[in-house]
Write a protein that binds this ligand. Structure first.
Ligand SMILES: Nc1nc2c(ncn2[C@@H]2O[C@H](COP(=O)(O)OP(=O)(O)O)[C@@H](O)[C@H]2O)c(=O)[nH]1
Ligand SMILES: [Mg+2]
Length: 456
């Protein structure tokens, strides 16, 4: 099947003849390479005697593409309140999101919304992804991570679909990010380190289009200096931003002019103001009105033209052929796939699978052995610990036993002495009682004698 982007460029009426020639040439080479009849003998050109009809190829492609519809995915990265949602609404002339986001998010998250738009019978599935809470945390070190992860996740989903046996790429909802609008705060000074770090992390994964947000907050002369400063900072930090392509002569001039206007300074507003006898999108201030679509006021029109009308297809193409290709190559290499083996022979999938399987089994065995060793070591350690504890317990038991015996001995001695004392006491008691009885008896006979004497 022919790539979709060829059809789309035909649709736009540019590059048409060149790309269709390319497509036909591509198909001819494919047939030549794969068809047994053609594989041995080169094609010879023959003049046509009359009209055959393959000049309708462009129309066929256009019809097919229009029926299928198009998809475009934009990622808006920038601090909360920089006008991301407003710009999207202004750009597509509609109202997308609901509530504005708060500044108290604990981390950066990405919110994705997909919309079906239609313009002159051409359907566009537009996905707008917004960074929520970007730049709102005190520690911004990891702010870029969720964005990188999100972009990679979309590439991974596409790769998984590609690798499936039964793949449905023709009606697959492609969520790969085609353009990343990076919103720069209109400080007039320089880029923040958060901006540089984030753009650097993203530049090999997505087409970055930097824009100066809320550019009505900065004066004309300051804006010119600010643009130069941003560009030089991007260059000195090696940040690759998306350049509008200049290889296609039909758009080379406009694209190279527009490249010199980067980063675009934009103003967003969905508010309509009456100007003369027509309504225009503008922001009204006590001192005047900023018209969004007036090129003397801001670069909004330039952005819209470049992003949607002229280069939307190139953005999609760059995403597929450059950024996705890089992701796919790294991922497949990571999985052990190669195009050729060390002897420069084509690498077979079966061999790769076997090699990877053996490698994996080897690693598994190594891990198993390590775990076994660790387990034996742990058991030994535990055994030693238990033995130590047992020894301690024995010692404690002996100590307690001895203590108990000593105590018992002491108690027995004490009991014996008490018993002796009791016996002694009993003896004394008996002696005392005896004495008392004797005394009583002696006392009784003396009284009798005295009575007898009295009676006498
Ligand atoms: N001065 C100025 N204000 C803007 C512009 N675009 C949006 N705003 C205002 O900035 C505030 C935040 O905008 P919003 O789109 O919610 O920002 P987001 O958090 O980045 O999505 C709103 O009050 C907008 O009206 C602009 O270009 N210039
Ligand atoms: Mg918003």
């Amino acid at each position: 099947m022919l790539p979709l982007y060829l059809a789309v460029t035909v649709l736009k009426g540019r590059k048409a003849s060149r790309n269709v020639t390319l497509a036909v040439e591509e198909e001819r080479l494919f047939v030549q390479a794969h068809h047994p009849r053609f594989s041995k003998q080169p094609l010879s050109s023959v003049p046509l005697a009359g009209h055959v009809g393959f000049d309708s190829m462009p129309d066929q492609l256009v019809n097919k593409s229009v029926n299928h519809g198009f998809c475009f995915n934009i990622l808006c990265v920038g601090e909360t309140g920089l006008g991301k949602s407003t710009l999207m609404d202004t750009l597509f002339n509609t109202k997308f999101e609901g509530e504005p986001t708060q500044h108290n998010q604990p981390g950066v998250t990405l919110k994705s919304n997909t919309y079906e738009l239609e313009e002159s019978n051409v359907r566009l599935k537009l996905t707008v992804v917004n960074t929520v809470g970007f730049g709102d945390q005190i520690n911004k070190d990891d702010s870029y991570k969720p964005i990188v992860e999100f972009i990679d996740a979309q590439f991974e989903a596409y790769l998984q679909e590609e690798l499936k046996i039964k793949r449905t790429l023709h009606n697959y909802h492609d969520t790969r990010i085609h353009a990343c609008l990076y919103f720069i705060a209109p400080t007039g000074h320089s880029l923040k380190s958060l901006d540089l770090v984030t753009m650097k992390k993203l530049d090999s994964k997505v087409n970055i289009v930097p824009i100066i947000a809320k550019s009505d907050a900065i004066s004309k002369s300051e804006l010119a200096k600010f643009k130069i400063k941003i560009t030089s900072e991007l260059v000195s930090n090696g940040v690759q931003i998306y350049q509008f392509p200049t290889d296609d002569e039909s758009v080379a001039e406009i694209n190279s002019t527009m490249n010199s206007h980067l980063p675009f300074a934009v103003v967003g507003s969905t508010e309509e103001v009456k100007l003369g006898n027509k309504m225009v999108k503008a922001r009204q201030y006590p001192w005047g009105t900023v018209q969004v679509e007036n090129e003397n006021h801001c670069d909004f029109v330039k952005l819209r033209e470049m992003l949607i009308r002229v280069n939307m297809e190139d953005l999609r193409e760059q995403t597929h052929t450059r950024h996705y290709e890089l992701y796919r190559r790294c991922k497949l290499e990571e999985m052990g796939f190669k195009d050729t083996d060390p002897d420069s022979k084509p690498f077979s999938l079966q061999e790769t699978y076997e090699a990877k399987r053996n490698e994996f089994m080897g690693e598994l065995q190594k891990k198993e052995e390590e775990m076994r060793q660790m387990f034996v070591q742990r058991v030994k350690e535990k055994e030693a610990e238990l033995k130590e504890a047992e020894k301690e317990l024995h010692e404690k038991f002996d100590r307690l036993k001895k203590l108990h015996q000593d105590e018992k001995k002491k108690l027995e001695e004490k009991k014996k002495s008490l018993d002796d004392e009791v016996n002694m006491f009993k003896q004394k008691k008996t002696a005392a009682e005896l004495l008392q009885n004797q005394a009583q008896q002696a006392g009784g006979s003396t009284t009798l004698k005295r009575d007898k004497e009295k009676k006498k």
